[in-house]
Write a protein that binds this ligand. Structure first.
Ligand code: NA7
Length: 490
């Protein structure tokens, strides 16, 4: 019997973004006490940090909410980042989570004490607190990846990463350069092309663009959603959404199957029908398989990029000079503002916080080859440490909220072992995790993400870092942890 039986477990949640808020709500529902540690001064994670023009979530708005907290107020089928931030602020207030959040509290270290079966959490201030359970909800894409371009620091005007948007930077009637054409770069082109004097979009790799509908909800529609939540369910549980998710995961796992063919055809037809200038069309034609990089959903990029104010530069950047960007062929682009839409370091997770588990094992060492977690949630040697949207999860496959909710169901059942006093510490066995990882890597190599392109989905060895199986397989895996894969210790 556990020494802690009968005493309440102490929970630390790291991060007050979508996943941390979820964990807080779920623990509150159970009447449990917790502290959320947030390094910033506001909640929201991704939606707090990203404020660039055009920021939109590529999951339909009604499907990008907690399942238990539908939101009738969305302005359009795809929501803007600002609206999503507002949604999370409202949820945090509705569930009275804010008083349990420590803002400006950056977790720098977590150290497991096996004898006491507890984690010591250290903050940047040096303050320490002790917890039984740690929920790592620190997000996936939150460390900007700065490009290594010679002379970047010499640029005379504002040059900044998209997640550090500079509101003072000239955009209107200005000469703007934009490096990168992932989802972020593409959204920025759609938002600023009509504002700039001219926009040079530096494109290293062209993108597959999936055409999707975007439309505003009217006030009457919002009133109807308020009056009848079933109307919201009809959208978020519709075949259009859930069916699309299933079809997409079928496509990425069966890369020569009919679903992938449909995606490729829809994107190529979009390119063919939308882009008039044959030279531009060839510049924009992808040279790798669809959905290998994150597929871009857009209703307006191909219109935006045909604005004469936009020039797609496909040459190699030589260096940056104070006045602009010099290409390898000598061409010079004079610029007032340089925007870096160059993505994120996707392998950091809770790092740079130092996490030390059983017998002094560090997360850095455990992840030396690649970040991994058992079913994306737990780690052998790191008891009572649970990750939401941790490594090997379906981050590129479907809504991160949906993923986090299912992961919480799995985590909650593991914590139940502690609540019931079956032990004081729970962690997957090394053997069970090794088996999972072996199967996952073998399957991941055959997914579309491993079909030969560079992307943030790949680990340092070029293996897709994400969940390689279907939506239903994830649903099934998260319903119930296989307890024989876990060791519960006193
Ligand atoms: P992504 O998807 O990682 O895209 C980064 C883009 O930046 C991509 O086009 C890169 O080209 C380009 N890049 C990176 N470094 C350079 C240099 N040095 N020179 C030129 N171009 C460069 O990041 P996003 O922010 O757009 O999106 C991240 C996720 O956020 C997205 O998938 C959604 O989940 C939301 P490359 O393709 O490597 O040739």
């Amino acid at each position: 019997m556990s020494a802690k039986q009968g005493t309440a477990l102490r929970y630390a949640i790291v991060g007050a973004g979508m996943a941390g808020i979820l964990a807080a709500i779920k623990l509150r529902e159970k009447g449990e006490a917790f502290t959320v540690f947030e390094k910033a001064e506001r909640i929201g994670g991704t939606w707090r940090e990203n404020r660039y023009p055009g920021l939109t979530c590529d999951v339909p708005a009604h499907a990008y909410t907690y399942s238990f907290e539908p939101y009738p107020e969305w302005q359009a089928y795809y929501a803007t980042g600002g609206e999503i931030q507002t949604y999370f602020e409202k949820v945090v207030d509705k569930y009275a989570i804010r008083p349990a959040i420590r803002f400006g509290a950056e977790v720098t270290a977590l150290d497991w004490d096996d004898a006491a079966a507890e984690w010591t959490l250290t903050l940047a201030s040096g303050e320490r607190q002790v917890f039984d359970v740690v929920i790592a909800a620190s997000g996936v894409l939150h460390h900007p990846r700065m490009p290594e371009i010679p002379g970047l620091d010499s640029f005379a005007g504002p040059a900044f990463h998209t997640a550090r948007w500079d509101d003072t930077a000239p955009i209107d009637d200005a000469k703007v350069g934009l490096i990168g054409c992932g989802s972020t770069g593409i959204q920025i082109v759609t938002a600023i092309n009509t504002r700039v004097a001219n926009l040079v979009h530096f494109q290293r790799s062209p993108q597959w663009i999936m055409p999707v509908p975007q439309f505003a909800y009217t006030e009457e529609e919002r009133a109807a959603f308020r009056a009848d939540p079933a109307l919201i369910d009809a959208i978020r549980f519709s075949d259009e959404y859930i069916g699309n998710v299933r079809r997409f995961t079928d496509a990425i796992t069966d890369i020569d199957g009919p679903q992938m063919k449909m995606i490729e055809e829809a994107c190529l037809q979009n390119l063919e029908n939308s882009i008039k200038d044959p030279v531009l069309k060839e510049k924009l034609r992808p040279t790798y398989r669809a959905a290998c990089k994150r597929l871009i959903y857009s209703w307006s990029y191909y219109d935006a990029v045909q604005n004469p104010a936009v020039f797609v530069e496909t040459g190699r950047i030589a260096h940056v000079e104070p006045g602009g960007v010099r290409m390898a062929d000598g061409t010079f682009h004079e610029l007032d503002t340089l925007i870096l839409a160059t993505g994120f370091q996707a392998d950091r997770f809770i790092r740079p916080a130092g996490v030390t588990g059983r017998d002094g094992a560090t997360l850095d060492t455990f992840w030396a080859r690649r970040p991994t977690a058992h079913y994306a949630v737990t780690l052998p040697g790191f008891p009572n440490f649970f990750m939401l949207n941790g490594p090997t999860g379906p981050v590129g496959n479907f809504s991160l909220i949906d993923i986090a909710e299912r992961q919480w169901d799995y985590i909650d059942q593991l914590i139940d072992l502690l609540r019931r006093g079956e032990g004081r510490a729970v962690a997957p066995t090394a053997a069970a995790h090794a088996d999972y990882e072996e199967r996952r890597i073998a399957a991941a190599r055959t997914t579309i993400f491993g079909s030969g392109c560079s992307s943030w989905y790949l680990d340092g060895e070029g293996v897709p870092a994400s969940w390689p199986w279907s939506y239903d397989a994830f649903d099934e895996a998260m319903r119930q942890p296989k307890l024989e894969q876990y060791a519960v210790t006193a």
